[in-house]
Design a protein around this ligand. Structure first.
Ligand SMILES: CC(C)(COP(=O)(O)OP(=O)(O)OC[C@H]1O[C@@H](n2cnc3c(N)ncnc32)[C@H](O)[C@@H]1OP(=O)(O)O)[C@@H](O)C(=O)NCCC(=O)NCCS
Ligand SMILES: CC(=O)OP(=O)(O)O
Length: 322
């Protein structure tokens, strides 16, 4: 079954709510109208009602029945401020809270934190940093996780792969990389991928040397320690990880080489560039970044996203709340 049909089945009838802080962005509003019309989930748009109505009328869209919260006039704002100050005890004052909660990403994240919404999707017009910082500060990492990371599903026809970290950790050390591998394998299972994890490098099994390679070798060892049942191997170049004949030549003893479907990049430069190349040159649909290891489902979008990406990321985020 198509991934999104199966995710839709999962969330069907559960009345899940997803906050969309960028309420007057046409790609967001278009996706929200579609989600509402198809009765898949309940979008909650943040923004000024007149501004959102103007975008709708400019596009001849009907927004009847869509839930819009204007943070400027939110009746439970005082309760939200108190909850924020309590959560950020010792880190942010009430005065700071009043300013920070004027930002829709902080406001939307608080709705999720306070269980007034099941998840949030943002980032069509905000950078990843501005989108995820409130989540890292308020929702925080889930028990058993040290850091949050960001993965993508790359799919084309019946091919489906996971790439990570493409969004959050700029230069993870070996421990961080090992955690990213385990988190991404866990995400893969949620999306019907039986994970075989390749720890990527410019070297395969000692073909090149240096600190960058050592980091990936160490991370592979640590990932195996974190989850002994996980099929994970490294260090592998992308061709050795993906192409069976090259895997057999470069890493003949590996059970992952040539068959990998989860690709862990050594740092964010390679991960972010890598997924965009697969998307833009390779014609793969890229869904994400999916934040892994976070206590509640909040998803970022690439600013290059389209309405379909927002629609799908909202469905996926709702499914992650179950
Ligand atoms: C994610 C990112 C924005 C965090 O940067 P930052 O806000 O400057 O980080 P700080 O060190 O000030 O941390 C802010 C908070 O987030 C937490 N945090 C930072 N990185 C984290 C991570 N990977 N996992 C969990 N928590 C994290 C910190 O503990 C801190 O919490 P606190 O305020 O309660 O102490 C930064 O790592 C970044 O810019 N990453 C790259 C994003 C990007 O541009 N990606 C490419 C496009 S997708
Ligand atoms: C995920 C990502 O690269 O986001 P953006 O394109 O917004 O920087």
């Amino acid at each position: 079954m198509d991934l999104f049909d199966s995710l839709k089945n999962k969330i069907d009838g559960k009345n899940l709510t997803i906050v969309l802080p960028e309420g007057n962005e046409p790609r967001i509003l278009g996706a929200a109208i579609r989600l509402q019309k198809e009765n898949i989930l309940k979008p909650i748009l943040l923004g000024n009602k007149d501004d959102i109505s103007k975008v709708a009328s400019d596009n001849s869209w009907n927004i009847d029945g869509l839930q819009i919260i204007d943070p400027e006039t939110y009746s439970e704002f005082d309760e939200m401020v108190d909850s924020f100050v309590e959560r950020r005890k010792g880190k942010n004052t009430k005065e700071q809270a009043l300013t920070m909660l004027k930002n829709n990403n902080y406001f939307g994240t608080m709705l999720v934190y306070m269980d007034k919404a099941d998840g949030m999707v943002s980032g069509a017009v905000h950078s990843t940093g501005d989108t995820v910082r409130p989540a890292l500060q308020i929702v925080k990492t889930a028990p058993g996780n040290k850091s949050v990371s960001g993965s993508f599903i790359l799919q084309k026809g019946d091919q489906r792969y996971m790439f990570a970290d493409c969004a959050i950790n700029i230069d993870p050390d070996a421990n961080g990389l090992a955690e990213i591998a385990v988190q991404t394998a866990k995400s893969a299972k949620l999306f019907d991928i039986d994970p075989k994890v390749a720890m990527l490098s410019f070297s395969t099994k000692g073909s090149a040397k240096g600190e960058m390679v050592d980091k990936v070798v160490e991370a592979t060892k640590l990932a195996k320690e974190l989850d002994p049942s996980l099929p994970v191997d490294g260090e592998l170049q992308f061709d050795a990880a993906f192409v069976p004949s090259v895997g057999a030549q470069k890493a003949p003893d590996s059970k992952v080489a040539g068959n990998a479907n989860v690709f862990v990049f050594p740092d964010l430069q390679s991960g972010n560039i890598g997924y965009k190349i697969a998307q833009r040159f390779g014609g793969f649909e890229a869904i994400g970044p999916i934040l892994q290891g976070l206590n509640k489902p909040i998803s970022d979008l690439s600013r290059g996203c389209n309405e379909e990406d927002v629609y799908k990321t909202s469905i996926l985020t709702a499914a992650l709340s179950l």
